[in-house]
Structures are given as structure tokens and as C-alpha cells.
Design a protein around this ligand. Structure first.
Ligand SMILES: [Zn+2]
Length: 512
């Protein structure tokens, strides 16, 4: 569990003196005490033994499937954004690259609206269990991380936790980004690691406790010594992580205030993910070699069968370019506001595109966010009339989530509606060249499932019909025909193909 909060408001000493009166004992249980703590210690020691029996030799990358639950309140508000999740996974894989453990999206649930899960998971275990993916590492992104009912006097804000009984990770939505260390820390717990300050979670060393520190920490775990003489049986039970007595929010990245029971000043490694030092340079955080091996041992344990057997190698294709918006044409009007078709150029490696639209260029008014799978177009039917909209697209696949958004494009809706009915007989059609050549001839290619009678009409951006191009018999199969649009003023037009049961549109540009 990771906490922060009060420490930002008061000095270290104020925090410690308050703590002397109120235990902020683990309401997530990743601190000492309680069932969760005991379970984690037991697993860690078992993994330690397994590591001794059979040292880890990892040569190929491990791919861990993630089920990510993006939870909103019961009204559907306050959900973490897809972009935050993609940024976070990009960083997570960077954090774990050293140890050849990588994560990929097995599933992204972005439709969970539940107040219980959102703020009080301890009361929502049943519904969460039903949604839990039994063959993935489950991550719940919520507003308030609360794995058990808080007690009076609990301090701080829980940023995230791992529940060993439910075997899932819960993290606050405002911790999901590329600068927080919380998710990597919680996944350390998931793979059986304890805090480097194990034993000092609830009552960190303070001047009240005094120097030298007692032989046993307040949590009952033997106090680890600076000289390493008891590192196997004290503190976090790991020998390449130095002693750490900072259970709560030391405000800095150079801790040198506590002495071990022999009187030696301890020198913790503040950059370890499993510490509570939150103020070091973000990219300096790491897992020690033994911590890495213990996590691999945990992955190889029977408890993690469900991850190993379900894991696949995800699409590893790098995504090296951003997407390019194509339609609606930048700064253009759309033919109707009620049905707007978005198109963008395909990006190599992308299996998904995150499409965002909003009336605000900062995408913070009331954005529509859609994940488009396996296509480079999407139709929206919820836009408003007479508004300027901004839109952008971000390509990703289950494993590659680091690509940025495209440049932002914009368009304006008018107040006209267009028919939603597609022509059933028509499989596909296209027009070219576009922009039109000087002769104004439009080539139309059609692929029809069966023959039908269709009429071509041309409209300007204001929705006025500027030319009727007559009725044509479209036969089943492939048809190419030519229309005359000569003599039009430069601008953007809508060519419609109309049929008694439907209508379809294509944009055409007449160049200057
Ligand atoms: Zn923790």
C-alpha cells in the first residue's frame, strides 16, 4: 500500500507527533498487522525458499495479462481516462523492462458504474468478484482506495493497495499516470514483495522512539541493521535492500536520521519502489536484483498458474508514428450534425484507436471517448448542431501504449440532419479523383450486392442542393460510372446517392 497526503501539509515532525497519538494502521493491509500482512510474508518467504532451491534464470520476456477495470460512480462520472491508462501502462512497462517482465491489456472494462467499487471496495467484494478476470492480473481504478473499513483516527490517503485475499490491485484514479510510482509499487506487492520498511508501517521511526532504534520494530519484525548482519531475518527479509524505518512520508530523498540498534546510522535506498519515499526523481526508482528475482519466483509459483497458462505473446509491433486525421476535413462543415463520420489514416502496429471529440480544444469540457477496434473510422450520432468540435486519435495495441495523440483537428456542425439509413443493396462505393480534376469529372465505383435504382445529388456545405446528376441503374456486382460536376465554385461538397430506402454520402473537394 502507498499513502500520501497529510505529509504535504505539515512538516515531518508534526506528522510524527500526530502519529504518536493515532495509529494509521493499514486499512489496506499491505502495512503490518492483520491477515493480509501475514499472507504476504508467508508468500515472500516461500518464494525466497524456492529461489534458493532453484535460482531464477530468465532468458525470455514474461508477458503478464492485465484486466483493467476503469470504474466510475453509479451515474457514470469520474472515470479515469483511457489516455491516463495508456500513459500508465507505458510507464509500467518501462519500470519492469529491467527484469524482462512486461504487461499487456487483456481487457479494458470502461463501462463499470458502481459507487461501492468506486469508493468502498470493502463493501463491494461480491460484485467485484463477479467481474474479476480469473486469468489476468486485475487492476481496479477507483476514486477512493478502501480495502477495509477505515477506523477512527486513520491518517493519510491510501493511494493504492494489493489485496492478497482477493488477489487484485486497487489504485486511485489520480495515481494513474506516468509520474506516479504507485502502480509499480502495488504490483511489487502483487508479486509478494513487502515494504522496505516492513515493521515500521504503522509507527515509523521518530524522535519519540529515539536512537538507537529498538531491537524489534513497533510492528514486531526484527529491526534490520545497517551492517547487513540480520538482513535475512529482519525488515523486508531481503539483503540487497538496506534498512528502512520510514513508514510514512519522509519529506525528502536523503534519509539520515535514524540509528539501528547498534548505533549505526541507517542509509535506506530511497529510490526503491517498495519504499515510501515519494520525493525522489521519478525515473530513478527501481527494484533491487533480489526483489526482481523474488517477483519472478512468485510468477513461477503455483499461485500464479492462472497467469502463466493464460498468457500469450501480444502484438509486439512498435508503433512509431502518430495517427493523421482525414475526415471530417480540418476546419470544414460536416454535412449533418446527427451523423458524423470520422476517418483517419491507419498506423502500422495499431490494433486500437482511442478517438476523442469535444467542444473544448483541451478535451476537458464533456469529451466523448471511444475505443475503435480494428478500424480507422467511426460514426458519432451524439454531436450537437452548430458547434465547433475538436478531435484527435491515439493508436495503440495491447502492449504498445506509448504513442501520442494525433494533432488536433476541428470541424463545425451545421443544423441539418442527414438520413441514418444506409442503402442496403450497396456494399461499398468510392469517388475519385478527390479533389476533383479541372474537368470536373467524378468517377464513381460501386460494389452492390444486388441491383437498384439510385439518384446522385450534389450539396454545398450549407446543405443547399446545387446539382442533380440524375437517376442511374446500379447493377449487382461492380459498376463504374462518370458524373459531371464541371463549373462548380471551389469548396467542399457532399455527393449523395439516394435510394427509396436510404441515402449515402461522400465528400468532394473542388480545388481553387
Ligand atoms: Zn505498499
Amino acid at each position: 500500500m502507498l499513502r500520501a497526503g497529510i505529509l504535504l501539509l505539515f512538516s515531518l515532525w508534526a506528522v510524527l507527533s500526530v502519529q504518536a497519538q493515532h495509529r494509521h494502521h493499514g486499512y489496506c493491509g499491505n502495512g503490518e498487522g492483520g491477515e493480509w500482512d501475514a499472507m504476504l510474508t508467508e508468500r515472500l518467504l516461500r518464494n525466497k525458499q524456492a529461489l534458493e532451491d532453484q535460482p531464477v534464470q530468465f532468458r525470455s520476456t514474461i508477458y503478464v495479462p492485465l484486466r483493467i477495470h476503469m470504474v466510475a460512480n453509479s451515474s457514470g462520472f469520474g472515470r479515469v481516462t483511457h489516455a491516463q491508462v495508456l500513459d500508465q501502462l507505458c510507464k509500467l512497462n518501462e519500470d519492469f523492462a529491467d527484469m524482462d517482465v512486461q504487461f499487456y491489456i487483456k481487457g479494458l472494462n470502461d463501462n463499470i458504474n458502481n459507487n461501492g467499487i468506486y469508493t468502498t471496495q470493502y463493501s463491494a467484494g461480491l460484485v467485484m468478484n463477479n467481474l474479476r478476470d480469473a486469468t489476468a492480473l486485475n487492476i481496479w481504478i477507483v476514486d477512493v482506495a478502501a480495502g477495509s473499513q477505515p477506523s477512527p483516527g486513520d491518517l493519510g490517503v491510501t493511494l493504492g493497495y494489493y489485496s492478497p485475499t482477493r488477489d487484485w490491485v486497487v489504485i486511485r484514479r489520480d495515481e494513474v499516470n506516468s509520474s506516479s510510482v504507485t502502480l509499480s509499487h502495488e504490483i511489487g506487492h502483487f508479486f509478494s514483495l513487502k515494504h522496505t520498511h516492513n515493521g515500521w508501517d504503522s509507527t515509523p521511526w521518530s524522535p519519540t522512539i529515539g536512537n538507537p532504534a529498538p531491537v524489534n520494530s513497533p510492528g514486531g519484525v526484527p529491526t534490520e541493521r545497517q551492517d547487513g548482519s540480520n538482513c535475512n531475518t529482519a525488515g523486508d527479509y531481503i539483503c540487497d535492500t538496506p534498512p528502512d524505518y520510514n513508514g510514512f512520508g519522509f519529506n525528502g530523498c536523503n534519509y539520515n536520521i535514524a540509528q539501528d540498534p547498534t548505533g549505526a546510522f541507517i542509509n535506506p535506498d530511497e529510490q526503491l519502489f517498495m519504499s515510501y519515499f515519494l520525493n525522489c526523481v521519478r525515473n530513478d526508482y527501481y527494484f533491487s536484483p533480489t526483489q526482481q528475482n523474488l517477483m519472478i519466483a512468485d510468477y513461477n509459483s503455483t499461485a500464479r498458474n492462472y497467469l502463466r497458462t493464460s498468457a500469450v505473446t501480444p502484438n509486439l509491433t512498435q508503433i512509431t508514428s502518430a495517427a493523421t486525421p482525414v475526415s471530417p476535413i480540418n476546419n470544414d462543415f460536416t454535412p449533418g450534425y446527427n451523423i458524423v463520420n470520422f476517418q483517419w489514416a491507419a498506423v502500422t502496429g495499431a490494433d486500437f484507436y482511442l478517438l476523442e471529440t469535444d467542444v473544448s480544444a483541451a478535451f476537458n469540457s464533456n469529451p466523448t471517448r471511444v475505443v475503435v477496434s480494428g478500424a480507422t473510422s467511426h460514426t458519432m450520432t451524439t454531436l450537437l448542431a452548430n458547434r465547433t468540435y475538436y478531435w484527435r486519435v491515439r493508436p495503440y495495441n495491447a502492449y504498445r501504449t506509448c504513442a501520442p495523440f494525433s494533432a488536433t483537428a476541428q470541424f463545425r456542425t451545421n443544423n441539418m440532419t442527414v438520413s441514418a439509413d444506409n442503402i442496403e443493396e450497396l456494399n461499398q462505393w468510392s469517388v475519385f479523383p478527390n479533389p476533383l480534376a479541372e474537368d470536373g469529372r467524378i468517377q464513381v465505383q460501386l460494389q452492390a450486392a444486388q441491383g437498384f435504382e439510385g439518384r446522385f445529388l450534389l450539396y454545398d456545405v450549407a446543405g443547399r442542393m446545387v446539382r442533380s446528376m440524375g437517376s442511374h441503374r446500379i447493377s449487382g456486382g461492380y459498376t463504374q460510372l462518370e458524373l459531371d460536376a464541371g463549373g462548380l465554385l471551389p469548396g467542399v461538397y457532399t455527393l449523395t446517392l439516394e435510394h427509396e430506402n436510404g441515402r449515402e454520402l461522400r465528400r468532394i473537394t473542388v480545388a481553387k
